[in-house]
Write a protein that binds this ligand. Structure first.
Ligand SMILES: [Zn+2]
Ligand SMILES: [Zn+2]
Ligand SMILES: [Zn+2]
Length: 153
């Protein structure tokens, strides 16, 4: 199959277009076919803790961010992973707490950022991506690195 031709009708594909989410696609100039381009991993200035090769920034289909080893790959024919399998998720984690927010009385959550910083914040707080502003309650308490918290399991 030719790279620049539509697999459906054989017409030329248009220019590469980048979506708001950073994905790239090319539309057929003739029919409704859309060809999604693989997102090239951005290499980072960090070394893989497993094998010492460079880490790369990658995205899953659902838009989650992760750091993965640049030697890692996927053999589509053999249906198996190749190279180093090191992966580090970039999204922070949120764990529910059994405490109430001193500001609004809703439950608090323990939030751990990607680089290991921890804070307690209100479970009603959020982020409106469209308006680019915080929503809900703004209560935040940063924790020292060694501070223990009772996490509800
Ligand atoms: Zn087409
Ligand atoms: Zn590695
Ligand atoms: Zn609150």
């Amino acid at each position: 199959m030719e790279e620049n031709k539509c697999p459906k009708c054989g017409s030329d594909l248009g220019e590469v277009v980048e979506t708001a989410g950073g994905k790239k696609l090319r539309r057929c100039t003739n029919c409704t076919h859309v060809k999604w381009l693989p997102i090239e991993p951005k290499t980072l200035d960090e070394k893989c803790p497993k094998c010492g090769n460079q880490l790369a920034l990658a995205f899953t289909r659902s838009g989650k961010k992760m750091k993965k080893c640049s030697t890692g790959g996927w053999d589509a024919k053999e249906k198996k992973a190749t190279g180093c399998d090191y992966i580090e998720w970039i999204n922070g984690t949120t764990e529910p707490l059994d405490n109430d927010c001193p500001k609004c009385g809703n439950k608090l959550v323990l939030y751990t950022t990607a680089n290991g910083k921890r804070m307690i914040k209100c479970s009603t707080s959020g982020w409106d991506r469209e308006r680019k502003q915080a929503t809900g309650c703004d209560y935040i308490q940063w924790l020292r690195f060694d501070e223990e918290v009772d996490v509800a399991v």
